[in-house]
Design a protein around this ligand. Sequence first.
Ligand code: NAD
Length: 287
Amino acid sequence: MADQARIIDGKAAAAALRAEIGQEITAIKAERGLVPGLHVVLVGDDPASRVYVNSKEKLAGEIGMNSAVHRLPAETSEAELLAKVAALNADDSVDGILVQLPLPKHINPDRVIEAIDPAKDVDCFHPINVGRLANGQASLIPCTPLGSMILLKQTLPTLAGLEAVVIGRSGIVGRPMAQLLVQADCTVTIAHSRTRDLPAICRRADILVAAVGRPHFVRGDWIKPGATIIDVGINRLPDGKLAGDVDFAEAMKVAGAITPVPGGVGPMTIACLLRNTLTAFHARRGR
Ligand code: NAD
């Protein structure tokens, strides 16, 4: 085994994926005169959300996708937001709708997500899409788990039979990630805040996915030598730098391969949002 883990370059993988989507969009424009459209709704001025939304808009534009950001004031009522979603549902030029979370406290996010047409739900948070994913019938797959699976498939010759441990059971990362790993024939354990002896469970993992939200939480001696680590965490340190959930320096000495933060799963998430928009376009308008 090498002394140092291989770094999984999510930035390069995401650029390649975007280029591929861009080529498909160019062909669609040339052959059919249509342009897939992604619409993002941002309510209020959460600084992190603003950064994410700007980057989604910029990257969509770069590959020739139509994109629009609907910026609504923080005082927008739930009824007004639902009316906005209904208008986007009804607009045939809109292929993907994403309502940026978190929403202001006076708005119920579940009600808003359930109002999005499931065929345009490119975040894949609508209960119908969550159910389809659980049944293994999904065409839209949540962006962060989808991006993580693409990186795993590019890193490992096969996933079948491998032990996978996912730390975190959130609806946007941990649970869908575990479902995709099961569908890829891994033996999957979901660990969470009430799990006993987490280090021992992690040491079993050929694939370890950390989606906790605590910097440097996973230590080097929790890692099975040669394991592949997908670090989903994005944590802002007091000095302003970003860190993942895994102690990267320690993991580098034990793991076989690891995603860095930044430059790992993050860029793949946005590329997969664009992928989902194109998938939604094909599903609605035919190939
Ligand atoms: P969340 O807060 O909804 O879930 C965190 C999970 O961690 C929970 O299920 C909880 O049970 C588990 N957990 C908390 N403390 C634990 C402990 N001591 N031991 C074991 N498990 C514990 O968070 P989330 O939305 O799933 O996001 C997780 C992290 O991933 C965050 O850092 C978030 O910023 C990041 N994230 C990154 C991307 C990306 O594109 N890279 C996308 C989404 C989320």
